[in-house]
Design a protein around this ligand. Structure first.
Ligand SMILES: Cc1cc2nc3c(=O)[nH]c(=O)nc-3n(C[C@H](O)[C@H](O)[C@H](O)COP(=O)(O)O)c2cc1C
Ligand code: SF4
Ligand code: SF4
Length: 256
């Protein structure tokens, strides 16, 4: 293997980006962060190591942070990030680099592409454009990985964005009466934070706010009820991705 691609995805933007990258980088393999993050130790293979994730609040999602904290890198590992985001990646690569340094490694290249937002909403024409240009954008970035570009510049100062700390259901995600207890959200939750009790989903507090449950519920039963501006936003997922694909990234079904 030349490139190991570790990824996290809730609504498919990053999963499809990872699949496209796998096609463009010879001898590359995909590894889902949500499946590996609870292992005590994850040894990165020799060669290039990619960390692909959606930006959350200018930071990496908790499952990616948890995975990197357990990874062991080789001295000659070549590390890159490829983020997906709606508006701005903020300090996500910088925070990854800071975390990597605690593991004796460092980031060499930070790449990113804009995609439809799964938290706040873009104008529909902008989302269409991002989806249409996704493959072309990934194709433009892949040669920089193949060339082992080493251009990431660490900075001491962080932008004034809140980093993602301990997981917490601060949005107040909650299943309403239309929940049938089908259990899909529990299979998709990367944090094991949803239980089905008495035919209804109960969402706990160990939440990385990925919104998988919110977007994939077939009955639209989950509300972001304490955020009036987004509580009833339209549901989104990448058109080439199914709930089964996301379940597979959680170790809950056949691989991608
Ligand atoms: C909790 C949360 C926070 C987010 N924060 C940001 C952000 O800071 N900047 C940004 O541009 N997009 C942000 N987004 C949008 C996602 O990064 C973007 O839609 C991403 O492509 C989703 O990837 P996925 O489909 O692989 O899950 C956020 C999304 C969520 C759910
Ligand atoms: S996916 Fe929706 S309907 Fe199914 S258990 Fe979860 S909240 Fe209920
Ligand atoms: S409860 Fe929902 S938003 Fe929170 S981690 Fe689980 S799937 Fe993601």
């Amino acid at each position: 293997m030349n490139t190991a691609i570790y990824y996290f995805s809730a609504t498919g933007n990053t999963l499809t980006t990872a699949r496209m990258l796998r096609q463009l980088l010879p001898e590359s393999e995909l590894f889902p962060a949500a499946e590996l993050m609870n292992l005590p130790r994850v040894e990165a293979p020799a060669g290039a190591v990619g960390l692909l994730f959606p930006v959350y609040y200018g930071d990496m999602p908790y499952p990616m942070r948890q995975l990197i904290s357990r990874m062991v890198f080789r001295p000659d590992s070549y590390l890159f990030t490829l983020t997906t985001w709606r508006g701005h990646e903020g300090d996500a690569p910088l925070r990854v680099d800071q975390l990597l340094r605690t593991r004796g490694a460092r980031l060499s290249l930070a790449l990113g592409i804009p995609m439809p937002g799964n938290s706040f909403i873009n104008p529909p024409e902008l989302d269409r454009e991002h989806l249409q240009l996704q493959r072309q954008r990934v194709e433009q970035l892949a040669p920089r990985i193949l060339a082992r570009e080493d251009s990431f510049k660490p900075r001491d100062q962080l932008l004034p964005l809140s980093p993602v700390g301990a997981p917490k259901n601060f949005r107040g995600l909650e299943a309403e009466g239309s929940c049938t207890g089908c259990g899909l959200c529990a299979r998709l939750c990367p944090m094991g934070n949803i239980e089905i009790k008495d035919g209804r989903a109960i969402i706990g507090d160990s939440c990385c706010t990925c919104l998988s449950c919110f977007h994939w519920c077939p009955n639209e039963a989950i509300w972001m009820s304490r955020e009036p501006s987004v509580a009833r936003r339209s549901k989104y997922h990448h058109p080439e991705v199914t709930a089964g694909d996301i379940a597979a990234c959680r170790g809950q079904g056949p691989a991608h």
